[in-house]
Design a protein around this ligand. Structure first.
Ligand SMILES: [Mg+2]
Length: 221
């Protein structure tokens, strides 16, 4: 392998940490402006996430406190999306990236440009990675499973696609677009997709349970 590329959410860190950080930002805004108990509203959002999933959490929260207006719900969403998250890279990721530092390291991540940028910044990944690609900067149609950013990496590094490996957690979009082009793929069994069973074309060439196993696999590919 010549180049190592990582997905961000649920691969290099647990995305729930970002969600929690965002809920805290919204809870603190509501406490300051509407005198709502910060711990209670955070707890309400956190429980709602476990039982109802994402979706209209802020709408529901504001209704619960009889504060709902479309405008305020939108304000909460903006606060969630633009807050500077408090995140730290898990010890396991730090060690893993340190052990791979002789390789050019990249991130390819989908998602809102501002949100993803704030996460990368908070995790200190701009300092570690050669470049971080937020696919939406290149247009929504270049989001995964589009191979666009991956082919861009091959071009920059002047390597063939089979010398690049991608590590991701979501079998619905992380591997299916790049596998036919020769990229090597590794699925990490973490986060919300870990139970998902998919057909071979969607699944990765290799599977790991945690980033601790990564260096070993990379040495054998
Ligand atoms: Mg992911």
């Amino acid at each position: 392998m010549k180049v190592i590329v990582f997905d961000l959410d649920d691969t290099l860190y647990d995305e729930f940490e970002f969600v929690k950080s965002g809920f805290h930002a919204v809870a603190s805004f509501l406490a300051e402006n509407f005198n709502i108990n910060e711990t209670d509203s955070f707890q309400w959002m956190w429980e709602s996430l476990q039982t109802q999933g994402r979706g209209l959490i802020f709408d529901d929260l504001l209704r619960e406190y009889r504060l709902y207006t479309k405008k305020l719900a939108k304000r909460c969403l903006t606060i969630y999306r633009t807050h500077k998250p408090k995140l730290t890279l898990p010890e396991e990721s730090v060690r893993c990236l340190e052990s791979l530092k002789q390789y050019p390291l990249y991130v390819v991540t989908d998602g809102n440009k501002v949100v993803q940028h704030n996460k990368l910044q908070a995790l200190g990944l701009y300092k570690i990675m050669k470049h971080c690609f937020v696919t939406h900067r290149y247009g929504i149609h270049h989001a995964k499973p589009s191979p666009y950013c991956f082919l861009n990496i091959a071009k920059r590094e002047k390597v063939s696609t089979n010398e690049i490996v991608y590590i991701g957690d979501n079998p619905m979009k992380d591997f299916v677009g790049i596998k036919p082009l020769g990229f090597k793929t590794i699925r990490i069994m973490t986060g919300q997709h870990r139970e998902k069973k998919v057909t071979t074309d969607y699944d990765a060439d290799y599977t790991i349970q945690s980033l601790n196993e990564l260096i070993h696999i990379i040495n054998t590919i």
